[in-house]
Design a protein around this ligand. Sequence first.
Ligand code: NAD
Length: 474
Amino acid sequence: PHADTAMLPVMPSGPRPEDPAAAHERLRSAARTRAAHPRRVRVRQLKGLARMLQEHEDRFLAALHQDLNKSAAEALMTEILSVRAEIDHALLHLTDWMEPRPAKLPLSLRPARAQVEPRPRGCVLIIGAWNYPVQLLLAPLVGALAAGNTVVLSPSEKGPATAALLRELLPQFLDAALISVVAGGKDCNTALLARPWDHILYTGGERVGRIVYEAAAKTLTPVTLELGGKSPVVVTESRNEGAMARRIAWGKFTNAGQTCVAPDYVLAVGERARAQLLEQLPQAIEEFYGAEPRRSPDYGRLVSTEHARRLERMLTEAVEAGARVVVGGQTDATARYMAPTVVADVTPDSPLMREEIFGPVLPVLTVDTFQQALDFIAERPHPLAAYLFTDRPRYHRAFEEQVQAGAISTDVTLAHAGIATLPFGGVGASGIGAYHGIAGFETFSHLRPSLTKSDQVDTLKAVYPPHGWFKRTL
Ligand code: NAD
């Protein structure tokens, strides 16, 4: 078992996971039978998935509490209901999505029929991450099943209770011939990645993202990479400073900061914006989690002691380099706890600014002008999300125009990631491709063009040789 969960109640480990090579062989041949193609089969899978989440909601909430100390409310919102919304959206639109899309033809080729038809890619691999162990495996699964594929799911080994539950329940509620939930983890993924797939969707950090991309290059497998990065929040003076601070704190401290689109750091534009924020953030934190967040049933834990030590180290080094803890800072690595923490006087070369924090530490940097904030973002790798809080339409327009990020949101954080009508994905260093809603359906489909031109009357004669009629000599 995972070292940090050894002391927690033991969950049944579920059925033995299928060997990676066997899973690949089995689902590849299942894909060749086209058993997952018919619309009614797709609908049955999606409804099965919804039923599984509904009937076993309590067990999912218990597993997520065990893995990450997620409160029932938070787990319900960010993991269960978000997937159910994806399923409902897919069920509502599946017929439209599957419909061939007619294409216009040049006059010279008429009469004929041209169309683009979404076709299943075949057998696909989905590799999940531990921070949202249900959502990050099942939301891509919705797209893959809606698109008519067979699927191998590789959960993160760092969410063991959730992985065991998915391994037990998915084959009961879906057609077991169309899916497999393997053990997950490095060795399993290495074995899986050596094989050819029709598509791979990977969610996780950049280091492993490169490993996945390299392995996929060897088999020419197309990939979607859902990575992370340092998502900035630009804050200007606000008339709604309370709401602003609450929305930043909510985005940052949900799941103890372990959210790929969590605000990583704040760029406060000018002294006043900085002062407003440093005054309001501690209040927001106390409103959410009380004076002792450790006792709050709504505050999560870090995934491992190792991860807690890493954050502790980053914070200590930042303070040694001159940063100041405004609120929080308390840690207990063996309990995987770290208080919601805000750090001021952070400089661009601070240890907190070197890599994605992925924990409950919010550094606040100050710049003099709005343009400096935009330049700061532009000089760094494209983040997965970029946030702006402002009262000024001019700043809003400049932000929309100049910031390159996976997604941008104004006056709110995080929420865009839960909207099925918005594609979700990165750009540049934060990822390749997107999913959610129709983007997920299309990611797992081949948009196949086709042309049908009757030969009953041969209207193509003009293009056949000999071309003696064409009076141009070279
Ligand atoms: P992780 O440790 O769960 O790893 C991701 C996956 O890679 C897991 O399934 C793991 O088993 C697998 N893996 C680990 N080592 C491997 C190897 N050598 N070869 C093949 N597979 C291997 O997750 P993580 O990387 O710690 O996740 C945190 C990162 O993920 C952050 O950067 C975060 O921003 C990003 N993230 C992105 C999204 C998104 O949707 N874009 C969502 C969540 C997390």
